[in-house]
Design a protein around this ligand. Structure first.
Ligand SMILES: [Zn+2]
Length: 418
């Protein structure tokens, strides 16, 4: 693997130095020439790339091939400003199908499966990424895309979908709708879920596995790097195997930018050594995780990254306390009377940060007496305070009143003006 990565890195540096002015300038600033990069140990000498660099070079200035070689464009919908644009050559699309195929196989899928792809199709990479990976392994793909829950369940039911690919929050939403649509769980053939595109916790995994009676597998990717398929869990669900012959992973200290040793937590960085359209050198993902180089029980030797439960971007700082929305989710999932649907509203009143948490209560508890509901409010507040050391104003709301998302779940509204 090291020999393969070294060779591919040397080739990549040569390509981008000559074809992407941005990288040539960055390397020259560091006094680096392509011949200085001899193997993987030289990776740490190379410059980083950030999301801001992609924005500054919007839309196509970081592409390393002429426009005529680009056969597809995807873009991620930035929450603010311009989207991040990614161009793929024919070889890139081939690589992408290959890595997604590996992910599907590691999740336990095979050619006899019917894969229900409920990720959005379009500029977002989720739908088409899973689509071509499914075709690559010879399974049957149902390109249903997101939305229209009633139709999703009808088709899953009637076509006998065995694998579901969507966001973890949407899979829970579908599970909730089974009964409402007049079905029974036993009437579905689903056995595996491949979920990604948003961070989710172990508690959320248990909830999904219990409700759907399936194995819930975490798949990871980001459009800048290729899309879904950068890494994926195997059946042991003990870290996501990184397709490191294509994407070299490093963990850095986000402040000092030093590379951290195996096992240390820090920011995940990827170098896309085989990509032609948009090759990225040491791309800072903002995801916080650790890398595990120990062999896995499944026999794969690919390095494993720990499930990402937070991004340095998603972190809220409330009254000086660092908070990830996933921590709130973990607390709620440990309380049986609530549903894992919540909304955090952050505001600033008289220069003091306020935190309000809207939580859906399970139908059977919502009919309880006011005093019972008050007790539950206190229980949630107490639980969050003792786990996170943060006071929160909890508001219980009726089941299914928090807006459901068919893409990434919206968990936070931050009204503070900076
Ligand atoms: Zn494994």
């Amino acid at each position: 693997m090291r020999a393969c990565q070294s060779q591919r890195l040397v080739d990549m540096v040569e390509r981008i130095y000559h074809n992407v002015p941005f990288y040539r300038d960055k390397m020259q600033e560091k006094g680096l020439h392509p011949e200085d990069i001899k193997d993987i140990d030289d990776l740490k000498r190379l410059p980083f790339t950030t999301k801001q660099d992609l924005r500054d070079n919007y839309p196509f200035s970081l592409f390393a091939v002429p426009q005529s070689e680009i056969v597809r464009i995807h873009a991620s919908s930035g929450t603010t400003g311009k989207p991040t644009v990614v161009g793929y050559t024919r070889k890139d699309l081939n690589t992408w199908s290959e890595v997604v195929a590996r992910c599907l196989v590691s999740a336990g899928a095979h050619k006899h499966d019917v894969v229900h792809v409920a990720y959005g199709y379009g500029l977002f990479t989720g739908g088409l990424g899973l689509h071509y990976g499914t075709e690559r392994i010879g399974a049957t793909v149902i390109p249903i895309s997101g939305g229209n829950t009633k139709r999703q369940l009808q088709i899953m039911h009637d076509f006998g979908s065995t694998v579901l690919a969507c966001t973890p929050s949407y899979s829970l939403f579908l599970a909730e709708a089974i009964k409402d649509e007049g079905y029974k769980r036993e009437e579905f053939k689903l056995r595996v879920g491949i979920f990604g595109a948003e961070p989710w916790t172990e508690n959320m995994r248990r909830e999904i596995e219990e409700r759907w009676k399936i194995k819930a597998i975490d798949i990871f990717g980001l459009s800048e790097v290729i899309g879904p398929g950068v890494s994926c869990e195997c059946e042991h669900q003990d870290g996501l195997h990184v397709q490191e012959d294509h994407f070299i992973a490093e963990i850095i200290d986000p402040i000092s930018l030093e590379v951290l040793p195996g096992g240390a937590e820090g920011e995940l960085v990827f170098t896309t050594v085989t990509k032609e359209g948009l090759p990225l050198l040491r791309y800072r993902t903002r995801d916080l995780t650790t890398l595990n180089y120990e062999p896995c029980k499944c026999g794969r030797t690919l390095v494993r990254m720990k499930k990402c439960t937070g991004r340095s971007d998603d972190m809220l700082i409330i009254r000086g306390v660092n908070l990830f929305p996933s921590q709130i989710e973990s607390v709620l999932l440990s309380i049986s009377e609530t549903n894992p649907h919540y909304l955090l509203i952050v505001d600033r009143v008289n220069n003091l940060d306020t935190l309000e948490l809207h939580v859906e209560v399970d139908q059977q508890f919502f009919q309880d007496k006011i005093s019972e509901l008050q007790k539950l409010t206190q229980k949630i507040q107490g639980s969050i305070e003792s786990t996170l050391g943060l006071g929160v104003n909890v508001k219980l709301v009726e089941p299914k009143t928090i807006e459901r998302s068919e893409g990434k779940a919206k968990r936070v509204i931050d009204k503070r003006k900076y």
